[in-house]
Write a new protein. Structure first.
Length: 245
């Protein structure tokens, strides 16, 4: 995770998710249910559902699991009454951390998150203490192999992208959330596959970590992502590649 790549922490998260395959189905199904409950079952007019279904396909979630999650969101099947909560705090070295959780027991989840922060050298803060350090953006990552950089840059900027960067063998394209769908459509129409296509929280600045602080931060990130109630973890740390091996 060297450099200040927007993709760095997502790449770390993807690797950890690949290693915890048993939990990813539950987490994505929960996201689909909430998306349907909030915006209806038609992904055409429900961007959150569209992104959740895309994530389900990327992770090879069985169709029957997806359908069951949609039915729960519509109220056709019984399911737990989950609520969304965002926790904010600081990790080792003053790293900003935002945690998105879905829980059917607010007190249990809050206690768990507070314990994990404390155990691994961080502390849970008040609402709003770090969220100002992040901006919600659409992010696409395209492998550079066989892709003409100038053509891709013109294509995505014309479609409404805000920024285009080449980094570590990949192109990173960022958009506003409102322009995410039209940039995605432009890529699809030109048969350009994005290895990442999501709306995420991107830090405005990063904190460089090394040594013991970096090791503790990685452990904290791992245990948070492993928690059943936690859907997403956003941070602004940057560490040398060899620490994450």
């Amino acid at each position: 995770m060297s450099g200040h790549s927007k993709w760095a922490n997502i790449k770390h998260k993807k690797g950890k998710m690949d290693a915890m395959r048993g939990k990813i189905t539950t987490k994505i199904s929960r996201e689909i249910t909430i998306a349907v409950r909030m915006g209806g079952s038609d992904p055409t007019g429900n961007m959150r559902l569209k992104l959740a279904l895309q994530k389900a396909r990327e992770n090879n979630i069985p169709k029957e699991n997806i359908q069951r999650a949609i039915q729960k969101g519509m109220g056709a099947l019984e399911g737990s009454n989950y609520e969304e909560i965002i926790y904010e705090g600081y990790g080792p070295g003053g790293v900003a951390i935002m945690v998105e959780a879905m829980t059917d027991n607010r007190n249990r989840t809050a206690a768990d998150v507070r314990h994990l922060f404390s155990k691994y050298g961080g502390n849970l803060g008040e609402s709003g203490c770090v969220s100002w350090m992040f901006k919600q953006k659409g992010l696409f990552v395209v492998e550079q192999d066989g892709i003409d950089e100038e053509e891709l840059m013109l294509l995505t900027l014309d479609a409404g992208a805000d920024d285009f960067e080449a980094s570590d063998g990949q192109f990173e394209i960022t958009t506003t959330p409102d322009n995410f769908e039209q940039v995605q459509e432009a890529l699809e129409k030109n048969n350009i596959k994005a290895v990442v296509a999501r709306i995420t929280m991107v830090p405005e600045t990063t904190v460089d970590l090394s040594g013991d602080e970096a090791t503790k931060m990685i452990k904290l990130l791992d245990v948070l992502e492993d928690h059943d109630d936690i859907q997403e973890v956003y941070t602004n740390f940057d560490i040398p590649e060899d620490i994450d091996d």
